[in-house]
Design a protein around this ligand. Sequence first.
Ligand SMILES: [Zn+2]
Length: 244
Amino acid sequence: MNEQLNGTNVILVPILSDNYSYILEKNGDVAVIDPGQPEPIINELKNRDLTPSIILNTHHHSDHIAGNKAIMDQYGATLIAPEKDFHRIPDIDISVKEGSPLTFSSEKIQILETPGHTNGHICYYLPESKIIFAGDLIFAMGCGRAFEGTPEELFNSLQKIKALPLETQIYCGHEYTLANAEFCLSIEPDNVDLIARHKIVKQYRDNNLPTIPTTLEEELKTNVFLRAENASTFADIRAKKDNF
Ligand SMILES: [Zn+2]
């Protein structure tokens, strides 16, 4: 469990082969983010005696939503998901877009529309706790594939992450960090921060420890996708990664 600012706690739940779901807890209020598989999350909730009132989905891919129904049935949780995915995420109670008012335990949650990986992809940003749930937009030293959008859209979405405070804790949807570090080193072999981070990440993974959350500050130093200065450089790097 990672204790954050304002008494906000984030519990990382490994699911499927390399996904992470998250349980957010503050003052007894509980949210589940991107439940791609029900059992591990329900077990974790039971072990900690937590009852979620809301589920937040970042996008429609099944490894982020497949546990929605079981958690809704078990706890009566309200499903909050992107408005643009209304036709393809079942059982949405509240659909949201950039600017939609949303609060969790009296803290504001800001919705960022971040298309590229999918057209409807959104991120959930908690400015007071300085946390973002970023789904498959950005990973530690990586970013999502442009499945539905263009590389330029993905680049523009990443600029929204870049504009957040440096200390923002980024909770993403997958443990791809070691492979991403290796790819980043192929682009920037002399980046000393990257060389050092690769070593640390390798140790974490050798011990089967998660490398998440990451921070925006770390990503700005080591994530070649975030470091790309323009959309065309970004598109080149994204194409290389697709064939790495
Ligand atoms: Zn996805």
